[in-house]
Ligand binder design. Structure first.
Ligand code: PAZ
Length: 357
C-alpha cells in the first residue's frame, strides 16, 4: 500500500540537495557534460537536454525493491534523433537501459536486431536485403552524431540521481543562454523515500525481522515497514524541480515539459495548470494509450492545439512474430512533427532574446 505523506501539496525543497546524497558518479558525468557544452557553445550550436525514461524510487539502500515510473524511453530517444537532424547537439539524460537514439530501431521486443539478420551463401551474417536501406540510413546518422560529437548519453536510475543530474547539467548549460533547451519527457516520480527514512537492508515480510532505523536522536519511522501482514509505504513529495529549474537553474533557456495523463478529460486542464504554475514555455500533453499518434501543445501565449497522425497512417507492420501484444506503431513518428514545432518556438525565443541585447 502506498501512502502519501503530509498534505498532498508539494513544496520546493531547498534542503533536498543537503539531505539527499550526491550520486557517486555525478562529478564524472558533469565533467563530460562541461566539455561537451563548451565545444558546442564555442560553435554557437543549440544544445537540447532531452530527459527520457522513468525514474525509480528505491525502498532500501541496498536496493531489492523499488517503485518505478512508466516510460520505455521511446518519446525521448525518437525526439533526440529529430533534434540532431535539426542541427542541435543533444544531452540525452536517460533511464539506464531504456531506449537510446539510433539503437532503438533494433532493440527490445518489437524490434529484436536478430530479426533483421540472415546468413548469406558463404555463411556470413548479414542484414536482410529488405532492411538494408533503412539500416544504412540509421547507421550513417548514428556515425555522424559520433563523428561530430553531437550526442552525449548520460544515464540515471533513481529519482535522486535524476534530480542531481538535472540541476548539475542546468548549471553547466547556463552560458548557452537562450541557445539552451530543456525537453523534459522523462516520467519523474512525484513521491520518494528521503535518505533519512531509508532502511539499509531488504524489507522483511515479517515484523519479527524488521530493521530498526536509528540516528543520534533515537528511532525514526522508516518509509517502509510491515504492519502485521501489510506492507506500509510512506512517501515524501519530490520537490517541485520544474519551479527550481525555471526560476533558478536555467532562467534563460527554453523549457518544455511533458504531461502524461490517462483520463482524457483532465489532460488540457492539467497541462494548462502546470504551465501557469511554473511559468515555463510549453507543456506537451499526452495520453497513455494514444501518445504515439496525438499530443496537445499548450503554450504560454494561451494557445492550445493538437498534433495528430492521420487515422490512415496509425499502424505499420513490425518485424517481430510476437507483436500481437504490443501497441500498434504508427507509420509516422509523431516526434518528427513535435520536434520541428519546438525548434520553431525556440528560434522565436532566441530572436527575442537577441533583440533585447
Ligand atoms: O517513452 P514512452 O513513449 O514510453 O513514454 C513517454 C511519456 C509518456 C513518459 C512522455 O511522453 C511523458 O509524458 N512524460 C512526462 C510524464 C509525466 O507526466 O510525468
Amino acid at each position: 500500500m502506498v501512502q502519501q505523506n503530509g498534505t498532498g501539496e508539494q513544496s520546493s525543497d531547498p534542503d533536498y540537495f543537503q539531505t539527499n546524497p550526491k550520486p557517486p558518479n555525478l562529478d564524472r558525468q558533469i565533467t563530460l557534460a562541461r566539455s561537451f557544452i563548451e565545444q558546442h557553445a564555442s560553435e554557437n550550436r543549440r544544445v537540447a537536454l532531452v530527459a527520457s525514461g522513468g525514474t525509480t524510487v528505491p525502498l532500501e539502500n541496498q536496493t531489492v525493491r523499488f517503485i518505478d515510473n512508466f516510460s520505455a524511453g521511446t518519446r525521448g530517444a525518437t525526439s533526440a534523433e529529430y533534434f540532431l537532424e535539426a542541427g542541435y547537439a543533444v544531452i540525452f539524460l536517460h533511464r539506464q537501459f531504456s531506449l537510446l537514439p539510433y539503437s532503438r530501431h533494433y532493440s527490445h521486443s518489437t524490434n529484436c536486431f536478430l530479426d533483421f539478420m540472415t546468413h548469406n551463401d558463404a555463411g556470413a551474417v548479414v542484414v536482410e536485403s529488405e532492411y538494408q536501406q533503412q539500416m544504412a540510413q540509421v547507421l550513417s546518422r548514428y556515425r555522424k552524431a559520433k563523428e561530430d560529437n553531437t550526442l552525449l548519453l548520460l544515464p540515471f536510475t533513481t529519482v535522486n540521481e535524476y534530480l542531481w543530474l538535472l540541476r548539475g547539467l542546468a548549471m553547466q548549460m547556463q552560458p548557452l543562454g537562450a541557445n539552451g533547451l530543456f525537453y523534459l519527457a522523462a516520467a519523474v516520480s512525484d513521491f520518494f523515500v528521503p535518505a533519512e527514512r531509508m532502511v539499509e537492508h531488504k524489507i522483511q515480510s515479517s515484523e519479527d525481522f524488521q530493521e530498526e532505523l536509528t540516528n543520534g536522536n533515537g528511532a525514526r519511522a522508516p518509509a517502509a515497514h510491515m504492519d502485521g501482514k501489510r506492507l506500509i509505504i510512506n512517501l515524501d513529495p519530490v520537490p517541485k524541480f520544474l519551479k527550481l529549474l525555471v526560476d533558478g537553474w536555467a532562467p534563460r533557456s527554453m523549457i518544455v515539459s511533458f504531461k502524461l495523463e490517462t483520463d482524457p478529460s483532465l489532460l488540457a486542464k492539467k497541462a494548462r495548470y502546470a504551465l501557469e504554475k511554473y511559468s515555463h514555455h510549453l507543456v506537451i500533453g499526452n495520453l497513455l494509450n494514444t501518445r504515439k499518434w496525438e499530443v496537445l501543445f499548450v503554450s504560454a501565449d494561451g494557445g492550445e492545439r493538437w498534433i495528430r497522425v492521420p487515422a490512415g497512417r496509425r499502424s505499420k507492420s513490425v518485424t517481430n512474430w510476437d507483436h500481437d501484444s504490443q501497441p500498434q506503431e504508427p507509420a509516422i513518428e509523431i516526434e518528427s512533427w513535435i520536434v520541428p514545432e519546438v525548434a520553431k518556438e525556440h528560434t522565436k525565443m532566441i530572436e527575442k532574446a537577441a533583440s533585447k541585447q
